[in-house]
Design a protein around this ligand. Structure first.
Ligand code: GLA
Length: 724
């Protein structure tokens, strides 16, 4: 082809967010995907496309409502409406449902205007009659390949309006039957188990009604077509809601064989009152697409979180190696005992020493003290200063456990303010772990908690908080406000928790936070905007962790996955070697929770070596690309590989769960390497079959390597450095 012809055929560079007036279409492009919305002949918004990037606006047709096939299947419900109100002949899950002051329960939104500013699009819609408006807010994260949707529902009617459902948006995949849903399910001590099942006609509801994100289900989904995707191949559409309260994801296959996923605030017990002029903003709902399988969908999420979500997004850095006292001392903390642990933690290379529960009020067990966030003078006669100075003197940062949203009835706080606990008047107050939950929706409670935490952090050199939440909502009353406003508790609670964290961080820029809720009960993209890591699970048993971590990394970056090495036998009675426990924990952000007073010299020696290795590889693990090579759900073998962003280092973790006599471990084919580059291999033991000192990327990926793993719960680590 002659150069000048190529010039004429070349496609122009297009803005990431653009309106095509001739077709009334908005095109939202990331570097790898396109998302297209149009205005149809009813003047309503219609989704036109979501998938791999398109390159030519000329290819696109304007939006058209679907034809009515029968009186039972209305055009509205057969059309992929971008943000349907509940009104007219609509039968699919709506994005917004309201009751207006005159009793009208019918909302038909149509297009009014729009604004494009850089990577954002705002589409303004309004009911056909009432001054009830909804703004649809989109943001394109071009580099990560993610599109964000939110909505703002505004009452300009001059009368009160009750919002009965407020969703962030709905995602449509290409029409057709045969989709498969992946999601994360679990329980306390068994979070983020990956589940896959066919999408059938009707609805599958994933949700939390517990006030926080929950261990049971997590607000993330992935869809692939005909079960054809695996870690490496296949088209995957995925999304996640950024909300740490009651959320809902409805995966629906309609009578038109259209799969759609609606998500946002849970509408259970919702009834959100909007007074004239008030508005309600829904959480962010993020979505992405890849044609390179579940592995790539996870890598997209991980990079997105590192670059756009996490508090250190401007300058991402790996997490420090942490020690936590909980499993060693439980509530039995005191200055001498913590100093003894700190001495030992410092010796093995720990960088952040965290004192867990038990340091405050009359907290000798879980029956008392929550709410009284002042140091217990019997346990710490010198206040926290004595311990913190000591820990800092050992070269470690100091962190502290708090559970700010909670109160024990046996506490000074509860005695002073019994009305601050969530309750309905003259009804029982159900306790869980002997504690009640504060009504954080109240601004006075919010301000009190902020003041207490601010004082704690201002008066002491605390550089890290582990923020826990050890029960869910119960009797979610708010008798102090008008009945019509009481249900706002579900939303305002979360807003106020976010508000406290945001204010604390703004005032104490050096402060880092871990989100914990009895393990992984509050893990979502809403809290991850505000915290540096999360406590993955109270289950620290290494083999169970392999499955928890596999599910966790579907949606969340290894960097935020705090993983401790603890003592054995653990929870389920299983014993694994200290090396195995280290290898499992080093696949996320490494922590140690063992009782170091029980360790032998050999344990310290091994731990020091493993911590040193972790520091050598953590940038790759926490900020690199993860390839899940073998799943712990599928066989006797698990392997995960991480490749550094610059490709210079790659690490391979491999685990054999239980060996049948003489049965070989499978060949491991590495991924993500440069075929023509040469890598120097370093083993931490002698588990690599053959004396391979260097190998090309092609060899490692195509020929593969064999590992000599045997017995029960064996594991190894290979570190490969690219030869310059
Ligand atoms: C929760 C956390 C634990 C520990 C305890 C303290 O269960 O998940 O890690 O902090 O609370 O009471």
């Amino acid at each position: 082809m002659k150069p000048f012809i190529a010039f004429f055929l070349a496609l122009p560079m297009l803005a990431q967010v653009r309106f095509v007036p001739s077709k009334k279409l908005w095109v939202l492009d990331t570097d790898r995907t396109s998302y297209v919305v149009g205005i149809n002949e009813e003047n309503s918004l219609q989704n036109v496309y979501w998938g791999k990037k398109l390159v030519r606006d000329d290819d696109l047709a304007p939006a058209h409502t679907a034809p009515e096939h029968a009186s039972f299947d209305s055009r509205e419900s057969m059309t992929n409406e971008e943000y349907p109100g509940w009104g007219g002949l609509r039968y699919n899950e709506p994005c917004v449902k309201v009751t207006l002051a005159d009793g009208t329960r019918d909302l038909v939104l149509t297009y009014v205007s729009h604004d494009i500013r850089g990577d954002t699009l705002e589409i303004h819609t309004k009911d056909i009659r009432y001054a009830l408006t909804v703004d649809l807010l989109y943001r394109v994260y071009a580099h990560s390949g993610i599109v964000e949707k939110r909505s703002v529902i505004r009452n300009r009617t001059g009368q009160p309006v009750v919002v009965e459902s407020a969703q962030s948006g709905v995602w449509y995949v290409p029409a057709g039957e045969g989709y498969r849903l992946s999601y994360l399910n679990g329980r306390w001590a068994g979070e983020t188990q990956l589940r896959r099942e066919p999408v059938e006609p009707g609805k599958k509801v994933l949700e939390s009604r517990r006030g926080n994100t929950s261990h049971f289900l997590n607000p993330w989904f992935a869809l692939d077509y005909q079960g054809a995707a695996d870690e490496e191949h296949g088209r995957v559409w995925f999304g996640a809601i950024g909300w740490s309260g009651n959320w809902k994801l409805v995966v629906e296959e309609t009578p038109a064989q259209q799969v759609r996923v609606t998500g946002g605030l849970n509408d259970f017990d919702f009834g959100y009152l909007l007074k004239p002029g008030e508005s309600l903003e829904t959480p962010a709902f993020y979505g992405g697409f890849t044609d390179r399988g579940f592995g790539e969908s996870s890598r997209i999420m991980h990079a997105f979180e590192r670059e756009e979500i996490l508090p250190d997004r401007a300058r991402p850095h790996p997490r420090p190696v942490l020690y936590n006292s909980w499993e060693a001392t439980t509530f039995d903390v005191n200055e001498a005992g913590q100093k003894q642990l700190a001495d030992k933690a410092a010796k093995i290379g720990v960088e952040l020493f965290v004192m867990d529960d038990g340091w405050f009020g009359q907290r000798n067990d879980d029956h008392a003290g929550l709410g009284d966030w002042t140091v217990n003078p019997q346990k710490f006669p010198n206040g926290l200063k004595g311990l913190i100075d000591y820990v800092n003197g050992l070269g470690m940062k100091f962190g502290l456990w708090v559970e700010p949203e909670m109160v024990n009835p046996n506490s000074d706080l509860y005695r002073a303010h019994p009305d601050w606990a969530m309750h309905f008047n003259d009804r029982p107050r159900s306790e869980a772990r002997n504690q009640l939950i504060l009504n954080m929706a109240r601004d006075d409670v919010r301000d009190h908690i902020f003041t207490v935490l601010d004082k704690l952090v201002s008066e002491n050199h605390i550089e890290f908080l582990k923020w826990d939440m050890n029960r869910h909502f119960g009797e979610p009353g708010w008798p102090e406000v008008a009945v019509a406003e009481q249900k706002q508790i579900w939303v305002k609670y979360v807003d106020n928790v976010y508000n406290i964290i945001d204010r604390l961080r703004a005032k104490h820029p050096g402060l880092e936070i871990e989100s914990c809720s009895g393990g992984g009960g509050r893990v979502d993209l809403g809290i991850l905007k505000r915290v540096d890591e999360v406590w993955t699970s109270d289950n620290t048993e290494a083999f169970d962790r392999l499955r928890i971590q596999e599910g966790f990394t579907q949606a969340y970056a290894p960097k935020v996955m705090m993983a401790w090495v603890t003592d054995v036998p653990n929870l389920n009675g299983r014993s694994t070697s200290l090396k195995y426990r280290f290898l499992v924990a080093m696949q996320g952000s490494l922590g140690i929770g063992s009782n170091l007073n029980h360790w032998m010299d050999a344990d310290f020696a091994l731990a020091s070596r493993m911590v040193a290795i972790d520091k050598e590889i953590r940038a790759t693990v926490q900020q690199g690309n993860l390839y899940r090579l073998f799943s712990p759900r599928e066989g006797e073998f698990t392997a995960n590989q991480y490749v550094a962003q610059d490709g210079k280092q790659t690490v391979l973790f491999a685990f054999l769960h239980s060996q049948q006599y003489l049965r070989r471990a499978p060949i491991v084919y590495l991924r993500g390497l440069d075929e023509h580059a040469v890598y120097r291999l370093k083993t931490i033991d002698d588990k690599l079959v053959g004396k391979l000192e260097t190998a090309s990327g092609a060899y490692l990926m195509n020929h593969g390597i064999e590992l000599r793993l045997g017995g029960d719960f064996d594991g190894t680590l290979l570190i490969l450095e690219r030869v310059p």
